[in-house]
Design a protein around this ligand. Structure first.
Ligand code: HEM
Length: 590
């Protein structure tokens, strides 16, 4: 055991090592010295932190915000905690469109922003002053084993997006319609078999949709099938699927070590980094261990798939990829072709293509499966919503003699479109993102806030270098100032030109790329997969709704935060995310 006592004569002229009386059972020798040195560093940091806390004044003292539940961690536990959704949803109503997040012992104050004009500055106009925070880039650099889109900024990010953006255009995504329809039909048939063989039984609809989302993103995104919808799915699928599902919820629990991840992933020599990384298997912290297990599964899988594709491509060009799961229409194949045609300086190295594949899989899996699950969850609560949508889809299918609806036909269905917009506004799968200012920047406000000291209105804020900036995606999407007093209610009709909403909707102006919401963000880092996601969601709904009625069970489902949102049954949280539902066949009833 280590016993540490601090000499009360702190101001004496003695050296630090003499001030700290350290008693170790192994006090002598190199190890003892090393432990003493480490403890001295810890104590100095602790002193500095306490001194700073006591003496330093925050530049944001006059901005209202929530009181942190822990003085040590500051806002971190409250903002990143699994049960913090309510705080995010109500932040704007409680504190205005800019709120102060009080830092803890080791961190400075942050700002939580949902003001549309300020977000235009942060995400569009001055975006290079507000890159991803080093916490975020460190985390995602580790998750994707390299410089993925989420971990690079500035010129490097712009270069990657220049090659990736054309891959995600409507022209390319629309070609995935028939592939998506085939996967949605497989899902429907699997569900039908289960309902027929066990009528009245309860199904975990999240598991079914999450499998479908994996097939949609893996076939459409990287041209690979995990056979996720087959009954006898392989061990490889189970491992990969579980890793993809667990990695974000686990990583959100690692917030106390976020500040150290960026420096760890750049640590040299490599053996030391690996050694430190493998400590995750030894330290008794289940989330860290599971996080490490997940990333040790994800990257090798993506690398293997890439090398198989690359071999085919090098040997037989683009035609050789026509026999892959997507018939050569997937985003990675399009990317590989564009990359081979790009001039040398704009070409992505193989390692970057692998991290892009990993980003596409992770970016597209949990967000979309969560969004589809939320839609069915809403429909199971509101049977009239199901009937209303089913009627529209059946009419459109009848006009096409039952042939599948493609990208453009699905987008032309006003009820389905309005329902997707409203669900994605109210329940954005990504609740917030965070950035860090690298240069002092003055940000204007559309909705002035009140100075808590003087009572004066503040119309612009100087955001200091190093400030963590939280972009309140859901906070803006739910602001009553923007969306009206019923902002927190699910009302698809607000998107359908109804008179009651015309004047409110006509006035909303935000930098968001999707229907004035921030759901897919804004600016140079906005989600490239938006059209892909909407096609997935609409295709699955257009196939499932004519086939089934969805009914709630008695279970209460709570959606909890874990970077994206996950549904848990109240009282059964330990069983992991799930949404129990009863399905009945529509044909059977007629
Ligand atoms: C409903 C579904 C989706 C939602 C709500 C969503 C939302 C978002 C948001 C908010 C970001 C910004 C993250 C940040 O800056 O920190 C983002 C980034 C990203 N998304 Fe999505 N996404 C969805 C589906 C998809 C799909 C289907 C794909 C792939 C096909 C995808 C690929 C990506 C990628 C690669 C990025 C990183 C972009 C960059 O850093 O430049 N997303 N997404």
């Amino acid at each position: 055991m280590v016993v540490l006592s601090i000499d009360p004569q702190f101001a004496s002229s003695m050296g630090l090592s003499q001030m700290l009386h350290l008693n170790f059972p192994f006090a002598d020798g190199a190890l003892g010295l090393l432990v003493k040195a480490a403890l001295i560093v810890v104590v100095i940091r602790l002193f500095t932190a306490v001194y700073n806390l006591a003496t330093k004044r925050s530049p944001y003292e006059n901005i209202a915000g929530p009181e942190p539940s822990s003085a040590m961690l500051g806002y971190l536990a409250d903002v990143h905690g699994m049960d913090s959704l309510d705080l995010h949803f109500t932040m704007t109503e409680r504190y205005g469109h800019v709120a102060r997040l009080k830092g803890g012992l080791f961190g400075s104050d942050g700002l939580y922003i949902s003001d549309p004009l300020a977000l235009h500055s942060i995400l569009v106009k001055d975006q290079y002053n507000f890159p991803e925070s080093t916490d975020f880039s460190g985390l995602f650099g580790i998750v994707h084993h390299g410089e993925s889109l989420s971990s690079v900024s500035g010129k490097e990010h712009k270069q990657q997006r220049k090659i990736l953006n054309p891959v995600f255009t409507a022209a390319h995504v629309s070609k995935l319609s028939s592939l998506f329809h085939r996967i949605a039909t497989e899902l429907r048939d699997r569900l039908r078999t289960e309902v027929e063989s066990n009528p009245g039984a309860t199904l975990d609809i999240l598991d079914c949709l999450s499998r479908a989302a994996l097939e949609l993103i893996s076939q459409g995104g990287i041209g690979h099938t995990f056979n996720a919808l087959e009954n006898m799915s392989s061990k490889g699928f189970h491992e990969f699927h579980a890793a993809l599902k667990d990695v974000l919820p686990c990583s959100s629990k690692l917030f106390p070590i976020f500040p150290f991840l960026e420096s760890w992933r750049n640590k040299k020599p490599v053996w030391l980094r690996r050694f430190l990384g493998n400590l995750a298997y030894v330290i008794p912290w289940p989330s860290l261990r599971r996080f490490k297990e997940c990333i040790d599964i994800m990257y090798p899988t993506c690398a293997k798939i890439f090398h198989e594709k690359k071999k085919l491509f090098d040997e037989g060009g683009i035609d050789a990829l026509a026999n892959t799961a997507s018939g050569g229409r997937d985003l990675t194949t399009v990317l590989m072709q564009a990359n081979s045609e790009a001039d040398k300086e704009n070409r992505m190295p193989d390692q970057t293509v692998i991290t892009a594949m990993s980003s596409i899989l992770l970016g597209g899996q949990e967000t979309t499966s969560g969004a589809m699950c939320r839609l069915l969850d809403l429909m199971s609560l509101h049977c009239d919503l199901q009937d209303w949508l089913r009627e529209e889809i059946n009419e459109a299918l009848a006009e096409k003699n039952g042939k599948p609806l493609d990208f453009y036909e699905l987008n032309a269905l006003p009820r389905l479109d309005a329902t997707c917009r409203e669900a994605l506004r109210l329940f954005a799968p990504v609740t917030f993102v965070w950035r860090q200012t690298i240069k002092d920047t003055v940000v204007p406000l559309q909705y002035p806030i009140t100075d808590t000291k003087t009572g004066r209105e503040i119309h612009e804020i100087l955001i200091h270098e190093g400030t963590p900036v939280y972009v309140g995606i859901s906070a803006l999407n739910r602001s009553t100032t923007l969306w009206g007093p019923d902002a927190a209610q699910f009302i698809p009709e607000r998107w359908m030109g109804h008179q009651a909403y015309e004047s409110t909707m006509g006035k909303i102006k935000t930098p968001g790329v999707f229907s004035n919401t921030m759901t897919f963000l804004a600016g140079g880092r906005a989600c490239p997969g938006m059209k892909f996601a909407l096609l997935e969601i609409k295709t699955v709904m257009s196939v499932l709704l004519p086939a089934f009625r969805f009914k709630r069970t008695d279970a209460i489902v709570d959606w909890r935060l874990g970077i994206t949102l996950s549904p848990y049954v109240r009282g059964k949280e330990a069983e992991g995310p799930q949404v129990p539902m009863k399905l009945s066949l529509i044909k059977e009833e007629n």
